[in-house]
Design a protein around this ligand. Sequence first.
Ligand code: OGA
Ligand code: MN
Length: 198
Amino acid sequence: MLDFLDHMDRFGWAVMLGCIGAEDSLRLRAECSLAYAAGGFRRAGVGRGENLRVREDIRRDEVMWLQTEVESIEQMAYLAKLELLRLALNQRFFLGLFSFEGHFAIYPEGAFYKAHLDRHAGTSDRLVTTILYLNDDWQPGDGGELKLWTVAGDQVGVFVLIEPRLGTLVSFIAADHWHEVLPAVKPRMSITGWFLQR
Ligand code: OGA
Ligand code: MN
């Protein structure tokens, strides 16, 4: 956790391998695929509220928002971990993060999400993005890497490619870092969410 916070401090983004153990991560993955098979997911949109639109040219993932009333033990464990992260971020950076909203996401074969920032027009409540990947046995060639531009505000030049491996957590300052999901060759699952400020 300290390395992670140090990295956030210096660069505004950080990666934690094995944030959630394999057993819990696999259960989350199973939960995600079951809910998907049961029709619980919706095509993800771009924008918010009245401006929400499905835009297949921009993103092709499908999502299901987490609901605390029906959460599983493994979801509770992950949310508990995020709660520790929230408190640590607040303590270290005085961010005033007060809650979390998140969803399961599936990128079916061929799905992508073009370069974007995680801020809706005219809003500033999403401060930190966190993504947990749920892809066991991910191999180079499976696609779906997260391309994250490392210089704040800059969508050209330096970037890192983060492999969406089971149990990997990535965080970044939502307003600063352009990012893109490269086309998934195999179905790709994750839990994506945001720490909110008031
Ligand atoms: C998002 C997003 C990235 C990823 O849902 O806004 O950028 O790696 N996801 O899943
Ligand atoms: Mn995003």
